[in-house]
Design a protein around this ligand. Structure first.
Ligand code: TXA
Ligand code: MG
Length: 315
């Protein structure tokens, strides 16, 4: 159900969980100091409790309150990219409840670039917020997606469609070299330029690789529509009727209602991807074929798209 801004603030203060917009995807917000509200978040989402939450702040001083020993790199990056789609992993302040961080000694912090989110957090204090989907489903990029997962009972602060469409870049500042744990709209090139030092780019972990997982959420099933998602090298001559095709080429294409071309506009594809996944299920497509993305383009969304689509294929 859509709620107005004042009710959103009141519900959060009362210990309720509400969905709110950010520039990446909708989040399922709760007061970051209220253990019961955070418990409710895990239950609602059906999320395993060892998968920690991002704390959303509206100022650097709020970030300082929940962390300790912040490195200089933190301040440089906050200055360059906040508010924006960048989550920073830093040492947590012992006052942060363990349920927020799944028992880790670090905490994920981000300042979202959305006027409603910033205003909400300023009035309610820091908010824990996973993406507002049920665990395993694609993240919501519009209020309808939240109703698909929860029915109309969950309070939603409506901000229309989100502009980026894929979750934030996660950068770990606690390892020797800053390391990207999840690719997003802010690229490793931008990050290392702002820092003036090298960073470890995102390493796509091989399926079943026995390495310890740094970002616990990355080991769980994600972003998955019911339809089977598959990469294709090129567009086949004849299309399967029960399959949806997402392609990038700008060449002349067969005119078919189950073929969507993004003509190389990867930002637009990122914005729509989860909506396409969800509407494909709604239209009962059995498969979604996606043309492989070009390599070696400076387009910052390519790595994030590759990551989310591969996860939707694999698991
Ligand atoms: O764009 C976003 O980041 C969205 C919006 C709502 O802000 N949020 C989001 O949250 O994507 P979620 O919970 O769906 O994904 C957060 C990821 C998970 O994979 C989690 O394991 C990881 O961040 N994470 C959280 N705290 C961490 C920590 N201390 N160390 C490493 N990874 C952490
Ligand atoms: Mg998520």
């Amino acid at each position: 159900m859509i709620i107005d801004f004042q009710s959103a603030v009141e519900l959060i203060k009362k210990g309720d969980v509400i969905a709110f917009p950010t520039e990446t995807v909708y989040g399922l917000g709760a007061d970051a100091n209220n253990i019961l509200a955070i418990k409710k978040t895990y239950e609602l989402k059906g999320r395993p409790s060892d998968n920690p939450l991002i704390v959303h702040v509206s100022s650097v001083s709020q970030a300082e309150d929940i962390t300790r020993n912040l490195p200089e790199s933190f301040y440089k990056l906050a200055e360059s990219f906040w508010p924006g789609p960048l989550t920073l992993i830093v040492e947590k302040n012992p006052s942060v409840p363990d349920i927020v961080t799944g028992g880790l000694s670090t905490v994920a912090v981000r300042m979202p670039n959305h006027p409603l989110a910033l205003k909400l957090i300023t009035q309610s204090g820091p908010l824990t917020a996973p993406s507002a989907n049920k665990s395993g489903k694609p993240s919501p990029t519009k209020p309808e997606h939240i109703w698909q997962d929860y029915g109309d009972v969950l309070p939603v602060l409506d901000g229309g469609s989100t502009t980026i469409g894929l979750e934030s870049t996660i950068l770990d500042l606690t390892s020797e070299l800053p390391e990207i744990l999840r690719p997003g709209a802010i690229s490793n090139i931008e990050l290392s330029e702002a820092l003036g030092e090298k960073i470890r780019p995102f390493q796509e972990k091989k399926f079943n690789e026995p390495k310890p997982v740094k970002s616990p959420g990355t080991k769980y099933t994600h972003y998955k529509p019911d339809a089977e998602v598959k990469w294709i090298r090129k567009i086949p001559k004849s299309l399967e009727i029960k399959a949806l095709y997402i392609v990038h080429s700008q060449k002349k294409l067969p005119n078919a209602k189950n073929l969507i071309s993004y003509g190389g506009n990867f930002k637009a594809l990122a914005k729509d991807l989860y909506d396409i996944f969800r509407s494909a299920d709604h239209q009962q497509y059995e498969k979604i074929y996606i043309e492989e993305l070009p390599e070696q383009q400076k387009d910052t969304m390519i790595s994030a798209l590759n990551n989310r689509i591969s996860k939707a294929c694999n698991e």
